[in-house]
Ligand binder design. Sequence first.
Ligand SMILES: NC(=O)c1ccc[n+]([C@@H]2O[C@H](COP(=O)([O-])OP(=O)(O)OC[C@H]3O[C@@H](n4cnc5c(N)ncnc54)[C@H](O)[C@@H]3O)[C@@H](O)[C@H]2O)c1
Length: 361
Amino acid sequence: MPLCNKIKAGIIGFGRMGEMYLKQMMLDERWDIAYICDIDSEALSIAGQLAPDTTRLVSDNQILFEDPDIRVVVLATLADSRKEHLLKAIRYAKHIITEKPVASAIEDEWDLLHRLEKSPVMVTVNLPLRNAWYHNTIKEFIRSGEIGDLAIVRVCHMTPGLAPGEGHWAEGPLFHDCGMHYVDIARWYAESEFKTWHAQGIRMWNYVDPWWLQCHGTFENGIVFDITQGHVYGQLAKDLTHNGYTDIIGTKGIARMTHDFVTATVELHGVTQTRRIEEPFGDKNLDILCRLFAQSVEKGVMDPSLPKVKDAVIASEYAWKFLENAIKNDLPSRGTLKTLQAIRERRNTQRIGYGLLRKKK
Ligand SMILES: NC(=O)c1ccc[n+]([C@@H]2O[C@H](COP(=O)([O-])OP(=O)(O)OC[C@H]3O[C@@H](n4cnc5c(N)ncnc54)[C@H](O)[C@@H]3O)[C@@H](O)[C@H]2O)c1
């Protein structure tokens, strides 16, 4: 594709996610990554080794917002600077792919949503589960009537992943940082709003915030849900493992999925058919997000299947509500900070673990 027809884009924040966006966008000839911006010189020097020679590395985001040729900006910093960047996107008319949450305080998220709704810029949020083939396969199966009426949505995501204090301080406790994805996908399945809830958490290793939380409740349309999420799943085990599933129960049949981060397996037990499908997991599905967003920019209309800011704000709001509820419902503590220290050392010194952030020199 001639360089002049490519979509000129910039990435702000070149940590774990920023690097994933760069690698994905370099595979798609529609994108020209003209800028990478980070306030950390180490991050910029890594970007210099990975990005095309034509990419400018900058520490001041103003340069890329003021460049009239830049049409899309990817926001992959932590949540504390998202509001400033989204307000600039409105001011300088840049389309946006943003990481979640949309801001670090829920009031700012609603404020941004209302401002973005009045602006012509297109914004999508990286809620990768919405683009996952396994969830879309199950949703299609539900729509076909094979499981009768959808009644129960059960979601579980437990890994020996990001431990307290390792990073992502601006995203809140784990159930907000990571749990909001599972809050969102439960609502996506139910196609209804949360009505009632009861949450239980635990302050693992005596850390101040819960790092495991389970919430159950109802949606307005009578569907019930349970969500279990925690990065407390055997960080010091000799061999690491995890437990992640979605279990969808209807009045007549069921559909479920599980994965090992490499392959996802969907099992469909409907009234006329039983199927088992195994496909590559897809991880963050950035290929789908970036492709659909490029098509949207080319057409001037956002693809309706792309995750919307409103969905991200609602998921964030309920993740906070479920955390607040857990705090009211007794919050016992097990373990000691010494164990947490051993976990951090194993993850950061020996580089063993799930979802490791880039190691600082
Ligand atoms: N959607 C998902 O599935 C998913 C998964 C992981 C992380 N995330 C989100 O992505 C975001 C980034 O996470 P990460 O794991 O890449 O974190 P990270 O700590 O690895 O990277 C953040 C980067 O942003 C840079 N940065 C911070 N403030 C900046 C600013 N004002 N201007 C420019 N650069 C700045 C930091 O120097 C760092 O290099 C977080 O908000 C996180 O919640 C989303």
